[in-house]
Write a protein that binds this ligand. Structure first.
Ligand SMILES: [Zn+2]
Length: 85
């Protein structure tokens, strides 16, 4: 039963387009969309601490998605902007 009251859950999703960044795959600029989903560890539905957020970038032109390991410096900068309040 204890497992029901302790676990992780996502926070509020944040999204932003990265106007200055070009997609490394198709080369289109201004098509990249960064998504950041904070992850919280909760205990009895109260968030007790923050985990590393789930972050990815998707290209609106070629639909290619970039996971954290594939991010360019520009993408990372855009995600950093999302992570700060
Ligand atoms: Zn693309």
């Amino acid at each position: 039963m204890f497992i029901l009251f302790f676990g992780t859950r996502p926070g509020k999703k944040k999204e932003a387009t990265l106007p200055g960044a070009a997609c490394p795959y198709c080369g289109q600029a201004g098509q990249l969309r960064a998504t950041l989903i904070p992850q919280f560890v909760h205990l009895f539905w109260i968030p007790v601490f923050r985990l590393r957020p789930t972050a990815y970038v998707e290209c609106g032109h070629c639909k290619k998605a970039y996971a954290e390991d594939d991010l360019t410096t520009e993408m990372r900068r855009g995600l950093d902007g999302l992570a700060s309040p």
